[in-house]
Ligand binder design. Structure first.
Ligand code: AMP
Ligand code: GLY
Length: 425
């Protein structure tokens, strides 16, 4: 098959690395890709939100399968566009319809969906500028901390967790009245705070059949010991010790099956991934959020654990025959450590040369914000490189990733050394 993968992060490098190994993959293109995806296929300069350009490229290069990495094109309707366009309607699209992508694209839609299908999640109400005063009244009935979420996509920044009531009212005002996130915060969901530990669960589905990929824990805060501001993710571990058979059984029966059933009842076609962000509240799973794509950096931890053919899985998803796939997973622990630019998640510099990439032994290196310039690899984003190590001992996997992370150098490189420490014995 000729495959086009959209995206340019560490997630896409891990996906490209895995897909390229499949005997089913004839030619792999990545748009726009990064310095790492270029090692697995051919990068192509395309604006992934320009659907006409994507479709023309697919026709010209006889693409059989389109794999959509990030959420934005999905929320903008790329799957519908490709499948409804006669020149590309034969392409297998891995990624849901715009309607399905609302699970991530609108917090209110996701909340209503969960409520309708009895899927456990935090209690909530949603408000607009017109109902701002009611929002303030509602906040006054809640206990601290307060959770406020912009309804739409806000590049991962639309969630505020605030300790004081005054602070929460300020955030509500900022979002609704001062349009802090533009259109994305015209509606705001205020919800109950859930106390617990988070885990990311990944469902691959053809809309009817589904399988669970390995779960992972993401480390979102910039600082050691989960301190400081939130980031896109500073590392990940898979598997997750507390996600044991009993917990995962609850996840399947209370969350995954009702989600797939709900999509079918709503007549929402869904070929792709559902990433369920869960809170483990005293052994019971609650949905924090749905995403309609794989996670980053979770993908960099999960993909190296999958030993079966990933393109075969995608193909069966596209054909509606995922029930014929046998997923094989390596039982070892994967520890992924993200090397980030100094200053991230605030402002940071780009364009600094990255050294040491060729001196890594015994770990996978997935490039994220790293691009090629004059035959050198330079930083081009906040999250720069992910290092993943596998070992039957979680601690040894962590130490291996630390050892190799220390070999990679660029201006003001920063990484967390405690990824996975909390999950040990
Ligand atoms: P989201 O973008 O919805 O994933 O939210 C970002 C982060 O905020 C989540 O990963 C959680 O750590 C936290 N969060 C979101 N909703 C809640 C909640 N209801 N209770 C506690 N923490 C939450
Ligand atoms: N690691 C969280 C995300 O991909 O949204």
């Amino acid at each position: 098959m000729n495959i086009l993968l959209l995206g340019s992060g560490g997630r896409e490098h891990a996906l490209a690395w895995k897909m390229e190994q499949s005997p089913l993959c004839k030619k792999l293109w990545i748009a726009p890709g990064n310095a790492g995806t270029q090692l697995c296929g051919t990068n192509v300069e395309l604006n992934i939100n320009d659907f006409d350009a994507v479709a023309s490229f697919m026709v010209a290069h006889h693409i059989d399968m389109l794999v959509v990495g990030p959420e934005e094109p999905l929320v903008n309707g790329i799957a519908d566009f490709v499948l409804q366009n006669p020149s590309t309607s034969h392409v297998q699209v891995i990624g849901p319809s715009a309607k399905g992508a609302l699970l991530e694209g609108s917090k209110q839609f996701a909340k209503e969906f969960m409520q309708k299908y009895n899927i456990p999640t935090a209690a909530y109400r949603s408000f607009t500028a017109e109902s701002y005063e009611e929002g303030v009244d509602f906040l006054e009935t809640l206990a601290s901390p307060y959770v406020l979420k912009a309804d739409g996509l806000a590049a991962g920044k639309g969630v505020a967790i605030v300790q004081s009531l005054d602070g929460a009212i300020d955030v509500l005002k900022g979002m609704l009245k001062d349009k802090a996130f533009g259109k994305a915060s015209e509606k705001v969901v205020i919800e109950e705070f859930l106390e617990g530990v988070e885990v990311s669960v990944f469902v691959a589905t053809d809309g009817k059949n589904w399988i669970l990929l390995p779960e992972a824990k993401d480390y979102k805060r910039i600082g050691e010991g989960d301190t400081g501001p939130n980031t896109g993710g500073m590392g990940a571990v898979s598997p997750v010790s507390f996600a044991d058979t009993e917990f995962m059984e609850k996840v399947k029966t209370r969350i995954v099956q009702p989600t797939i059933d709900g999509l079918q009842k709503e007549n929402i076609p869904y070929t792709g991934f559902i990433f369920v962000g869960l809170m483990n509240v005293n052994g019971d799973p609650y949905v924090i959020e749905y995403n309609v794509r794989m996670g980053d950096p979770e993908t960099e931890a999960i993909i190296p654990r999958i030993s079966s053919d990933f393109v075969q899985m995608l193909k069966l998803m596209g054909e509606g025959n995922l029930n014929n796939y046998t997923l094989e997973v390596c039982p070892e622990f994967a520890v992924t450590v993200m090397l980030v630019s100094g200053g991230y998640p605030g402002s940071y510099e780009k364009g600094h040369e990255i050294s040491g990439l060729d001196h890594i032994d015994g770990s996978h290196v997935f490039y994220a914000g790293a691009s090629e310039r004059d035959e050198k690899v330079v930083t081009s984003g906040g999250r720069v490189v992910a290092i993943t190590s596998l070992h039957s001992s979680l601690e040894k996997a962590r130490l291996q990733s630390m050892k190799n992370a220390a070999i990679i150098k660029f201006h003001q490189v920063n990484f967390r050394t405690d990824i996975g420490l909390d999950l040990q014995g």
